[in-house]
Ligand binder design. Sequence first.
Ligand SMILES: *[C@@H]1O[C@H](CO)[C@@H](O)[C@H](O)[C@H]1NC(C)=O
Ligand SMILES: *[C@@H]1O[C@H](CO)[C@@H](O)[C@H](O)[C@H]1NC(C)=O
Ligand SMILES: *[C@@H]1O[C@H](CO)[C@@H](O)[C@H](O)[C@H]1NC(C)=O
Length: 206
Amino acid sequence: MAAAIVALLVLSSSMKSSFATTTTTTTKCSNTNYIRSCCSSTRYPNLCYSSLSPYASTVGTNRTKLAIVALKVSLHATQNTSALVKKLSNTNGLLINETNAIKDCVYEVGDAICELKQSIEEMKVLRGSDFEFKLSSVETWVSAALTDEDTCMEGMGGYGNGKLEKSIRNSVTNTAMLTSNALAIVDGLAQNYKSKSKAHSPSTRS
Ligand SMILES: *[C@@H]1O[C@H](CO)[C@@H](O)[C@H](O)[C@H]1NC(C)=O
Ligand SMILES: *[C@@H]1O[C@H](CO)[C@@H](O)[C@H](O)[C@H]1NC(C)=O
Ligand SMILES: *[C@@H]1O[C@H](CO)[C@@H](O)[C@H](O)[C@H]1NC(C)=O
């Protein structure tokens, strides 16, 4: 135990000195590096980086802030998809079953919007003793949003590859990729928290 504490102290002091050297380089550069490294654990790292790097200066090196930004980007894309699918559900000349599939999509995507909004609100009050509980609610909601988006895609499955079907699929696919990335970043936050609380020595906070 004593050896572990010594190891942690050595580790935290060496981390401090490496921070001291990195903060002397330009902040913009180190912030985008932070985003690149967090994105490496997502399923679509290039999309993750291109969608989140514009917010580098807001995020800094704060993982909670990065998760909130990722959820907002996902919400924005989902709202965009919702508008598109709603508009296309009124297209004339569709088969009845196809119209129904598109209307189901409108419904699923609407649910995803609610779940993502709820997640963002919860992320903003993520502190205190029920941190872990709140974070696991967020994980549940974001994965429900992803399931809704997948359900929409599956429902659109058998309707050929016309222009309308393609534009719905492209939009939902892009949205689902962004949501998957946001979920990975939230999961990373949870894992980070768990590993920190496992090593719950106060010396780690010095
Ligand atoms: C990270 O951001 C969150 C949300 O804005 C904030 O509550 C928290 O204090 C920040 N953490 C650090 C270490 O600055
Ligand atoms: C919103 O949808 C339009 C049309 O489908 C697309 O061109 C645009 O890139 C989308 N924007 C976002 C943020 O997803
Ligand atoms: C939709 O309905 C048409 C006409 O009733 C039918 O031929 C087609 O197989 C249906 N498509 C799917 C994917 O269920």
